[in-house]
Design a protein around this ligand. Structure first.
Ligand code: NDP
Length: 481
């Protein structure tokens, strides 16, 4: 069986104690490769490699660093189909999604930060004729990048690319549930002859390999995307070490439908926002808040579309809904549906696992599920289910809407559907979320801040700010005359 090893100091490297665990294909429930279970010693080796590469990488002219990032982007593009297959096999997501969203966006991450590396600038503050201050932004050193399983390559490269552009060297860890695209990235780095030690990829579990990265005294910044509970553990761990920390965490995002919206567009996008990647995107709209005057019509139309969205083999080109990430996750999703039933929710469609025939008969599938009749304080409206499960909530007034929309501990993203310009601006300011999409969802401009407020994270930066996170600012004040 194929082994998925670490990438340390430019070499594909087995874990020191040769321990592996099975890597499952969610669509079949079968292991198709084995992933390294790295330990502290493997992380030590990776950090040492990154440390010795730091000086020469950080001193390279920015054009040269940019050319390496461009070369990585180009090579991923050449291998796009291999990456898309790997992403779909590892995650259970439809291959069409991997081909058109995940892998192209990973390529964009490298292209964007290749350009940013060249254009990066820092501030100067003249004090009239007395003095001039300028800010020197130096790369912090070796940094740790840790990402989850739902958009594995896209999220990992959203961290790696700005870090490398800023002149840092990196020890990165993908989720042990989805290691394959990071492994392919290791091979791309070899192919384009990225200097050894600049990027190191450690495979393995969060509580061992991940904790060894976040706890390592020589790692100066941690960029983490994942669950809120893990984020809290990491924040507590790194606080005493005074590391820089960026956290992109969970969400419980509202899709908000007003009666004056462009109905067909709102309906179709609400379906995508609910069920893309089987509802396993941090930005998914899992609570649909509908103005009472159109509640019944929207509910009926939404349920009719959701019922038609049945899971299929993710590797088929026409598939729109694939498998969920693991058996445990499937059980977790089903248990939330059960809690919703107990709390008085009415299941309008779905509510069950699905068994397919043929190749995918043992895969982990869940039917798109729509629930109504729950108060906004109920479990299904408060906790991140991270599956193809949405709740419908009617609202009468803007005040009621804000109470419901803002009434969770999360604050990642909202999408708002209205043609009333004043209302869009008014609510845009009052909704407590890091990203507000008006009449759209998942449109992404890499120059803009990205991430959530409240329990959805901190350090919401995009563009040059994402690079600045990986630098240490130093003010130099020069007296003139
Ligand atoms: P987890 O928090 O379980 O894991 C995220 C990553 O952290 C994994 O690589 C994991 O390793 C690792 N990890 C786990 N424990 C530790 C630890 N103690 N120290 C260091 N690393 C650790 O999240 P999931 O993988 O389950 O991802 C789903 C979550 O991610 C959802 O809550 C989702 O909302 C959130 N997310 C947020 C996004 C955002 O931009 N705000 C975007 C995408 C997802 P391993 O898996 O190997 O155990």
């Amino acid at each position: 069986m194929q082994k998925i090893d670490n990438f340390i100091n430019g070499k594909i490297t087995p874990p020191k104690d040769k321990e592996y665990m099975p890597n499952y294909e969610p669509a079949t429930g079968e292991a198709y490769s084995e992933v390294a279970l790295s330990k502290k010693e493997d992380v030590e080796e990776a950090v040492a490699a990154a440390q010795s590469a730091f000086k020469s990488w950080s001193c390279l002219p920015s054009e040269k660093r940019a050319s390496y990032l461009q070369a990585i982007a180009n090579r991923i593009e050449e291998h796009l189909e291999d990456f898309a297959q790997a992403e779909s096999k590892d995650t259970g997501k439809p291959i069409s999604l991997a081909r058109t969203v995940d892998i192209p966006r990973a390529i964009s991450n490298f292209r964007f930060f290749a350009a940013a590396a060249i254009q990066f600038a820092s501030e100067a503050h003249p004090m009239d004729t007395r003095a001039i201050n300028y800010t020197l932004r130096q790369p912090v050193g070796v940094v740790g990048c840790i990402s989850p399983w739902n958009l594995p390559l896209y999220l990992l490269t959203w961290k790696i690319a700005p870090a490398l552009a800023a002149g840092c060297t990196v020890v990165a860890k993908p989720s042990e549930l989805t290691p394959m695209t990071a492994f392919l990235l290791s091979k791309v780095c070899q192919e384009i002859e990225l200097p050894a030690g600049v990027l190191n990829i450690i495979q393995g579990k969060g509580n061992e390999a991940g904790a060894a990265i976040t706890g390592h005294p020589q790692i100066k910044a941690i960029s983490f995307t994942g669950g809120t509970a893990t984020g809290a553990t990491i924040a507590a761990q790194v606080a005493t070490q005074f590391k820089k920390l960026s956290l992109e965490l969970g969400g419980k995002n509202p899709t908000i439908i007003f009666e004056d919206c462009d109905y067909a567009d709102a309906l179709q996008t609400a379906i995508s926002a609910a069920f893309s990647n089987q509802g396993q995107i941090c930005l998914c709209g899992s609570r649909i808040l509908i103005q009472a005057s159109i509640y019944e019509k929207f509910r009926n139309d939404f349920v009719a579309l959701a019922q038609n969205l049945l899971p299929q083999d993710p590797l088929l080109p026409e598939t729109k809904l694939g498998a969920v990430i693991s058996k445990e996750h499937q059980q977790k999703i089903l248990s939330y549906i059960q809690i919703a039933r107990q709390e008085g929710g009415k299941i309008l469609c779905g509510g069950n696992s699905i068994v397919l025939e043929g190749r995918c008969q043992n895969g982990w599938f869940v039917a798109p599920t729509v629930i109504e009749g729950l108060d906004y304080t109920c479990t299904a409206n408060q906790e991140e289910i991270f599956g193809p499960v949405v709740t419908l909530l009617p609202f009468e007034t803007e005040e009621e809407l804000l109470q419901i929309a803002n009434g969770t501990p999360y604050g990642l993203a909202a999408n708002l559907w209205t043609n009333n310009l004043k209302r869009a601006h008014r609510l845009g300011a009052l909704l407590e979320f890091g990203i507000i999409w008006v009449n759209c969802w998942m449109l992404r401009d890499l120059r803009t801040p990205f991430g959530g407020v409240k329990n959805s994270g901190l350090g919401r930066e995009g563009g040059f700010e994402a690079m600045r996170f990986f630098t240490e600012p130093k003010n130099i004040c020069i007296k003139l005359g």
